[in-house]
Design a protein around this ligand. Sequence first.
Ligand code: AMP
Length: 350
Amino acid sequence: MILPGETIGILGGGQLGRMIATAAAQLGYRCHIFAPEADSVAAEVSAAFTCADWHYREAMAAFAAQCAVITYEFENVPVTPLAALECKLAPGARALEVAQDRLAEKLFVSELGGTPAPFASVDGNADLRSAIEQIGAPGILKTRRDGYDGKGQWRLSALEDADSLDLPTTPLIYEGFIDFEAEFSVILCRGQDREVRFWNSAENVHKGGILATSTIPASPAVLAQIDEARALAAQVAQALDYVGVLTLEFFATANGPVFNEMAPRVHNSGHWTIEGAITSQFENHVRAICGLPLGDTSLAANSVEMRNLIGDDADDWAEILSNPANHLHLYGKAQARPGRKMGHVTRLVL
Ligand code: AMP
């Protein structure tokens, strides 16, 4: 067990790290951020900061020596330098390895009985033509690695689009377009003692590939599919011998839940848990990686809505605060760029 007062290392310096560090501070832990970018909104609320390249071995070793346990808030941390941390890392590196590659992720989940969108690996225009012939159009071409918030994605509506696209040289995956009724996520926390707790599943609405809102309760179409989706998420957690918060995103379709992607970390669609659940995803992640008992994940309200503040949405902070029911979270980012997550606002109905 990692005792309060000890130091939790966090790989990644963004808002998820900031919210983990805030929850850790409440439990009496110190946090040490490791990130390659100098302006880290997580470091601003943490006790220590190492700003270094992921591959700078000496810096990583010095960081590790100062931490009792190390977690990550960013799923594209390169896995190779983490070999040196493996005994302190929670969740482990295998979860990152799987989640970093859309192809590996879909194969992994399929082997456990999950259903992803029909997919084919693509390397070049000829491959793309045959993928579209096999799967059909419309579809979405995605980079296998490093894509997030709709980045690295191209929507294709017909076979002819395969020839006109100037494809990147990185490995790609083509997915059939899913005609879904709704999108939802399953967020669980698995403790060191293997206990698994789930939060209520939020119904998620994306705009331009970026999460816009998460709402609880989800619609009946989603509620009917949660048990099946949870069973898959629990199997993924077990197969990875996972410790901490794990998120799986799904499309609710007429044929049941279709797996979209997983994140081996706390998730934007779980930000509502800070006020809307007895224990937040951030606190339970800290509890899990430190070997503490998990907190109650039940709802603390009848309904909850979380809305992301993207780009200049955050300029409305004063107006948001003028409604006393709103819980405003600003991440402290200096520049509001289009598509950048600047904060979120949560509203509960008790
Ligand atoms: P992703 O980065 O894969 O989560 O994609 C971002 C968003 O794009 C998803 O949340 C969906 O709204 C949409 N999307 C991604 N893949 C598909 C698909 N195969 N079919 C339909 N919509 C998709």
